[in-house]
Design a protein around this ligand. Structure first.
Ligand SMILES: [Zn+2]
Length: 245
C-alpha cells in the first residue's frame, strides 16, 4: 500500500487503516448462462432466434443499469462482469437440475454456458457468432471475451484468420480470441497439426507409446490435457463445435 499500488495508498501512514483505499477497487457482479436463461424463458437462445437476441440484450442492459445506478448512488466502482465460471458452470447446473429437474436446453448438460456466449455446441458461422455476441462487450464493463473455434492450421488460411479479426474489430468486440488446435510430437519436437501420424517423423501414437500433446484452450488456459479440469469444463470442451468462416 505504501508503494502507491492503489489510488491514494501512498498517502497512508504505517498505522492507518485501509478502508479509504479499498473503495477504489471494483465491485463486480458476474453472470453465466444467458443462453440457458433465454431457453427457459422463450424456448430459444440467442443463436437461434431474433426474439432471443433482443431479450438477451434487454436482460443484460437491465443488469448493467442496476450496477450503474449503484455506482452513482454510492460513488463506488460497481461493474458488470461476463464470467467464464470455471467451477461454477458445473456446480450451478447441478443445483438447478436437482431443484427443477432436467429441462431440455437448460439443465440437460453438465455445464452452463459462459456469460453471454452462444452455446459452444450450437453450429454457427464465426461471423454470425461475433455479430450476436459483440453488443454484450460494451455492456459488460468489468470484462468480457468472445471465442471463435477454428479447425485446422490457421497458417494455411491467413486470409480467413484476418477476416475474423477485422470482423471482431468492426463489430465492437472488446476482447476476442481465436482458438485453434496446436499439436506437438514430444519425440521429434514437431509442432503443428498432427492427425494419426506425425507429418515430420511419420510415427503414430502407438509407436513407442508416447502420446502426442494436443493443446487446447479452457477459459483462458492453454492446456495439453483436460485431466485437471472439472467435469463441467471437460464436458463443455467435448461439446465445442468449430465455426465456419
Ligand atoms: Zn514426429
Amino acid at each position: 500500500m505504501g508503494q502507491g499500488i492503489w489510488i491514494d495508498s501512498d498517502k497512508l501512514g504505517a498505522d492507518d487503516t485501509i478502508e479509504e483505499v479499498l473503495k477504489h477497487g471494483t465491485l463486480s457482479v458476474g453472470f453465466i448462462g444467458l443462453a440457458e436463461t433465454l431457453k427457459a424463458l422463450i424456448g430459444a437462445h440467442h443463436g437461434e432466434s431474433e426474439e432471443a437476441r433482443e431479450l438477451g440484450i434487454e436482460i443484460v442492459t437491465a443488469m448493467r443499469n442496476r450496477l450503474d445506478e449503484e455506482a452513482k448512488r454510492t460513488g463506488l466502482n460497481f461493474s458488470l462482469l461476463a464470467t467464464p465460471a470455471e467451477g461454477l458452470s458445473g456446480r450451478f447446473v447441478r443445483m438447478d437440475a436437482k431443484k427443477y429437474g432436467v429441462i431440455e436446453g437448460v439443465t440437460d448438460r453438465d455445464y452452463y454456458t459462459n456469460s453471454f456466449h452462444v452455446p459452444v455446441y450450437y453450429p454457427i458461422s464465426a461471423f454470425e457468432k461475433i455479430k450476436i455476441e459483440a453488443p454484450y462487450h460494451e455492456l459488460t464493463n468489468a470484462g468480457h471475451i468472445s471465442y471463435i473455434e477454428l479447425d485446422g492450421d490457421p497458417l494455411e488460411n491467413l486470409g480467413a484468420f484476418e477476416k475474423i479479426v477485422r470482423c471482431m474489430k468492426e463489430s465492437g468486440i472488446g476482447y476476442g480470441a481465436i482458438n485453434h488446435p496446436v499439436d506437438r510430437d514430444p519425440c521429434c519436437g514437431y509442432t503443428g497439426i498432427i492427425g494419426d501420424k506425425c507429418p515430420c517423423c511419420g510415427r503414430s501414437e502407438h509407436d513407442n507409446n508416447v502420446a502426442f500433446d494436443r493443446i487446447r484452450r479452457i477459459t483462458g488456459y492453454l492446456v495439453g490435457t483436460l485431466d485437471r479440469f472439472n467435469d463441467g469444463k471437460r464436458a463443455e470442451e467435448h461439446d465445442r463445435v468449430k465455426h465456419n468462416v
